[in-house]
Write a protein that binds this ligand. Sequence first.
Ligand code: GLY
Length: 334
Amino acid sequence: MPRISRRDLLAAGVAAGAAAALPRQLARAAPPGVPISVSSGNGLRAVAKACERVAAGDRPVHAAVEGVSINEADPEDTTVGYGGLPNEEGVMELDACVMDGTRGLGGSVGGIRNIMHPSQVALRVMERTDHAMLVGHGAYRFARAHGFPHQDLLTEKARERWLSWKEGLSDRDDWLPPENKEGGTITCLTRAVDGRMGGSTTTSGLAFKLPGRIGDSPVIGAGLYVDDTAGAAGATGRGEACILTCASFLAVEEMRRGAAPTDAALAACKRIADRTREKRLRDDDGRPAFNVQIYCLRKDGTHGAAAIWSGGKYAVQDADGARKIEIAHLFERT
Ligand code: GLY
């Protein structure tokens, strides 16, 4: 199948009034000897750590987990791990997955409580079980068996935001709804100099979600997919949309067919926009009333990212150092 060109995307149109923004990064193959890591906009420290660890000899999947663990332990990141926003009952339930693109292995945990580092538990699921996914209390017991401490993950700041949301549930009082109910999340994709790739995605999920709701982050193929014969992709934003389109798998398969990383990410966003048929999920112009970001790292070390809506950045560390780069988009926010 031919590579999706920018012209094809523009010609196809995404929905009425859509215009795919031109990718701002030209594909440039990685120079030999340079590890590369790509992450969501909250992952500048993660990409630096992942590159440091992979340069020191860690497997890329381990390096990616080291990277995202920084955010999992950071109380200021309200979308991941400790300090994340809780479910509707005020309880933290975390999701994460890992994938080793060389060995074709993955592991994940969904809805795990009281464990600060779900990405590290997902790594143990991959390495110490014959399974790919553990959820809920089973995941918690597995983590405890592996020595992960039981911790209270709800910070005072997150509890106050939850309480404010709880008190504002009625539209007949003067409370405002919470500013943002989209899933936050961090994804980290890492490539060693020899081309081995690994990744991890981790999140506290949709703020104030129904207890038991699992997003895309622990679903291999939705929130993360890594195959170092093609590339790696990860997703942030509305998890339901990524699950229903297998968004990360789709982006990797686009790269396998030769698409540049930004074009692969745009293609996944376009698929989500095309498949968003429900009126309640669309704005007045028929466009998705939510956002999703897709991040891509191709096997040759080129990288890019795209979102449904404009305004985002992604983090990268490559031969040019650690920095943030503007994300391509389908629709311009006004
Ligand atoms: N993408 C994170 C979530 O929807 O849970």
